[in-house]
Design a protein around this ligand. Structure first.
Ligand code: G3H
Ligand code: ZN
Length: 285
C-alpha cells in the first residue's frame, strides 16, 4: 500500500535502521523497486528526481501516476518522494501528484540563501502536509563528473552549522556530506564516521545519505549504525539495467522487441534492489 516517507523514516530512525529510497526513471524502475522490496518483505521509498522529470519533458504526472498505482497494489509499504527539487513549480505539484515528501536542494547556494529558500520551501511543504528533507554541505557528482567534481567527495557538513540550519529552517531531515558522491560506478567511497557521529549527536532530525551506490556494504552498515536513517540509491539500478541490456543485445544483435531486453533489465534491477535492502538490515514491512 501507499504510505508516507515520514512514517517510514521515523520508524527507521527509532529502530536505528534505514529505509532505502531508490531513484526511478522508467516504469521498469518502478516495477523493479517494488518487486525487489516485496521479495525481501521490506518497505521502500520510490523517488523521482527533478532531473528525471526533465527527462520526461518536464512532466511529473505520467510517471507519478504509474508509481502511485503500483504502490497502491504493492504488498509492502511504499512511499513516494520527490528528489533534488530546485524548481518551486515542481515543489508545488508534489502533494497533488501523490508524493508525501520532497527533498529541497538549495545546497549549491551560499549558506544564507540556502537557509532562506529552504525555509520558504519548508513553510510550503508543511502547510501541504509534506515531509521535507534539505541538504547542507554540497554532496557533489550530480553533473556527471563524480571524482572530478569540485565538491565531491571532499565536501563535509559542519555539525554546528547544521544544528543552526536545522533549527532555523525547520526541515524534517538533513542530507549530509560525509564522503559519498553522486553517480559513482565503483563502490569505493570512504565515509567519515567520526563526522557522522558528531552530526548525529548535534542534530535531532534523521540524517540522509546520498550517492549511496558508491558506498561499500560495510561502510553502509556502519553509516546506518551511526545514524543514517534514509539511504538514497540511484546509479546502482542503472548499472544493473544497462549491463543487462548490453549483454542481452551482444548475444542477440538481431533482437528488436524491447520486451526481451526490458525483461532482463527489470530482473537485474530487482536483484539490485533486493541486495541493497538485505544489506540495510532486517525487513520491517
Ligand atoms: O538522490 C539520489 C541519490 O543521492 C542517488 O545517488 O545515484 O549515486 O546512488 P547515486
Ligand atoms: Zn542525491
Amino acid at each position: 500500500p501507499l504510505t508516507t516517507t515520514g512514517e517510514l523514516v521515523t520508524r527507521s530512525a527509532a529502530a536505528r535502521s534505514a529505509v532505502a529510497s531508490f531513484n526511478v526513471i522508467t516504469l521498469e524502475h518502478v516495477e523493479a523497486v517494488i518487486a525487489g522490496a516485496e521479495s525481501v518483505h521490506a518497505p521502500v521509498v520510490l523517488q523521482v528526481s527533478e532531473n528525471a522529470v526533465k527527462f520526461r519533458g518536464g512532466q511529473l504526472l505520467p510517471l507519478a501516476r504509474a508509481a502511485v498505482a503500483a504502490a497502491e497494489r504493492a504488498t509492502v509499504p511504499v512511499a513516494l518522494h520527490l528528489d533534488h527539487v530546485q524548481s518551486d513549480a515542481l515543489l508545488y505539484q508534489a502533494a497533488e501528484a501523490g508524493f508525501s515528501s520532497v527533498m529541497y536542494d538549495a545546497a549549491r547556494l551560499p549558506y544564507a540563501q540556502n537557509l532562506a529558500t529552504t525555509r520558504a520551501a519548508v513553510d510550503w511543504a508543511h502547510a501541504e502536509g509534506l515531509w521535507i528533507e534539505a541538504e547542507l554541505g554540497q554532496i557533489g557528482g550530480k553533473n556527471g563528473r563524480p571524482p572530478l567534481d569540485a565538491h565531491a567527495p571532499g565536501a563535509r557538513t559542519d555539525p554546528e552549522e547544521a544544528r543552526v540550519f536545522v533549527a532555523d529552517s525547520g526541515v524534517d531531515a538533513l542530507a549530509v556530506a560525509i564522503g559519498s558522491a553522486h553517480a559513482m560506478t565503483t563502490r569505493t567511497a570512504t565515509l567519515d564516521h567520526a563526522l557522522l557521529k558528531r552530526l548525529s549527536a548535534a542534530l535531532d532530525v534523521p540524517l540522509v545519505l546520498h550517492g549511496s551506490s558508491g558506498v561499500p556494504d560495510d561502510e553502509l552498515t556502519a553509516a546506518v549504525a551511526g545514524g543514517i536513517a534514509k539511504v538514497n540509491i540511484g546509479t546502482a539500478l542503472n548499472i544493473a539495467l544497462t549491463g543487462a541490456i548490453r549483454d542481452f543485445l551482444a548475444e542477440r544483435p538481431e533482437a528488436v522487441d524491447p520486451r526481451g531486453y526490458l525483461t532482463v533489465a527489470r530482473e537485474a534491477m530487482t536483484r539490485a534492489v533486493a541486495r541493497a535492502l538485505r544489506t540495510l538490515g532486517p525487513a520491517t514491512a
